[in-house]
Design a protein around this ligand. Structure first.
Ligand code: GAP
Length: 468
């Protein structure tokens, strides 16, 4: 596992997992692009999440909602009124900072997010906390996190819209239509992977806190009397998702319950799953919230529509309670890099010691499953290798091809991006139709005498299923 963020930032940008966005213009405030290796990891993480939360279950369906929504949604949801952080401004440099982060970074307390503006002012005065620029700061004031824009040809109050502050709102609006078209009875859930935008006062720690990110949501609708039991069941499910499906070590994951005054305005109870991001320490990756019927009540009130459910068993009509599991995709991606990055000392064929970097992700998550490496470009070896490469890709196997540099260097390159298998095409291949197949972790070649028939390569590729 990696211990520091700088290692992960350098590793992921150099190996094509993540690029700083708008880099040729000097970059743009914590925006990132997924590179050619990163997008494969992203799709695999999404597939793992979808398998665990939707396709392997019988009580879940999935939707994908629009980013633009009616502005009233954000009024009803409470985000226009209550979705804010406290900021303080450096009185000399005029840079703005999140007040709770300033207090936490000064080591005064751990979770300062629940403090009122007056309490923040008192703590800052008592502990003489300065801005990171070393100057005194202003009094704390509230700052709304919704990102605003205008839609249409006129830019006035009538065209003001908000980008989604939390992705899940589409699910609440679509819940009744979804229940009706799928003819579901409670309990059942709706999943969504969707974009969210927050005008964060400060963005930091690479992918950890950005202004544009994706959320992976499960919103589980249940009878009010069953909500507490469902809440517990989903908490246990989330633990298993991170430790079994993604394969994180239990010592790197923990729960933290929100204090009463720290909870979001919609939550009756809230627990975070936290991951240990090396030296940074434990940080939130997913929030599990008991939302009661808050959201459906609010949208029913603001839209004037009936969003209730008719319970065929009790013959009652009510707004279901919602258990929410809301994970941040960027944080899942970042923790995957932390968890599976490793450096190990190995001895080369020449007897020299060197450090091998391995991205040891499980097979399901590995960006490429196999790489095809011709020993030489000449004498038809590259043609033979290319034929195998094309054939595997046509079978839908995520395969890579590399013909540049020594075989040793090419193995290392594939170890770094997590490829479990490397095939070498050599002169024996042309004569006997056999190849070497080397595994990333053991660095051993499989098969009798270290060779297998070229036709058997695909058989060696693991058919592991997520979470098995
Ligand atoms: N619908 C509930 C909700 O939005 P949240 O705890 O505010 O709850 C859920 O967000 C998850 O979204 C967090 O646990 C975190 O992983 C991710 N997240 C929130 N803000 C983020 C940011 N600025 N950058 C990256 N991820 C973020």
């Amino acid at each position: 596992m990696a211990t520091n963020l700088e290692t992960i930032v350098n590793f992921s940008t150099q190996k094509g997992f993540v690029f700083p966005s708008s880099d040729i213009y000097g970059g743009f405030a914590a925006t990132y692009d997924f590179g050619p290796v990163g997008i494969l990891l992203k799709k695999n993480l999404e597939a793992a999440w979808r398998y665990w939360n939707v396709t392997s279950r019988t009580d879940m369906v999935e939707i994908e909602g629009a980013i633009f929504m009616h502005p009233k949604v954000w009024e009803a949801s409470g985000h226009i009124g209550g979705f804010s952080d406290l900021l303080v401004e450096d009185l000399v440099s005029h840079r703005r900072f999140r007040a709770d982060h300033l207090i936490e970074d000064a080591g005064v307390m751990e979770n300062a997010g629940a403090l009122t503006p007056e309490q923040v002012d008192d703590v800052i005065a008592e502990h003489k906390i300065k801005s990171p620029d070393g100057n005194s700061v202003s009094k704390a004031k509230r700052f709304n996190l919704l990102v605003k824009t205008h839609l249409g040809p006129v830019e006035d109050d009538s065209s003001l819209v908000y980008l989604k502050g939390e992705s899940c709102q589409n699910i609440y609006l679509d819940w009744k239509a979804t229940q009706m078209v799928t003819r579901r009875k409670l309990p059942f859930g709706i999943a969504q992977i969707g974009k969210a935008f927050r005008n964060e006062i400060t963005v930091k720690q690479f992918l950890f806190r950005t202004r544009e990110f994706e959320q992976m949501d499960v919103q589980f609708f249940c009878k009010p009397s069953e909500a507490d039991a469902q809440y517990e069941a989903w908490k246990s499910n989330r633990w298993d998702f991170y430790t079994k499906c993604i394969g994180l070590k239990e010592e790197n994951v923990r729960w933290r319950q929100h204090e009463l005054d720290e909870r979001a305005f919609y939550a009756q109870d809230a627990w975070d799953i936290e991951y240990k991001f090396g030296e940074i320490g434990f940080k939130e990756v997913e929030g599990v919230h008991h939302r009661g019927s808050y959201d459906l009540d609010q949208h029913a009130k603001f839209s004037g529509q009936d969003l209730s459910y008719f319970d065929p068993e009790t013959k009652e009509r009510y707004n279901p309670f919602i258990v929410e599991c809301s994970g941040g995709f960027n944080r899942l991606f970042l923790l995957t890099l932390f968890e599976f990055y490793r450096e190990e000392e190995v001895t080369t064929a020449k007897g020299e010691k060197e450090t091998r970097i391995v991205f040891g992700a499980p097979y399901d998550l590995a960006p490429f499953k196999i790489a095809i490496l011709p020993l030489m470009k000449k004498d038809g070896l590259a043609d033979k290798a290319w034929e195998l490469y094309e054939g595997l890709r046509k079978q839908g196997i995520s395969a890579d091809y590399d013909e540049s540099g020594s075989i040793g260097k090419r193995y290392r390159r594939q170890d770094e991006i997590g490829t479990p298998w490397c095939v070498t095409i050599d002169y024996d291949t042309l004569e006997s139709g056999t190849v070497t197949l080397r595994h990333r972790d053991s660095m051993e070649q499989v098969g009798e005498g270290g060779r297998i028939a070229i036709a058997d390569v695909a058989k060696y590729l693991s058919k592991e299923q997520f979470g098995k």
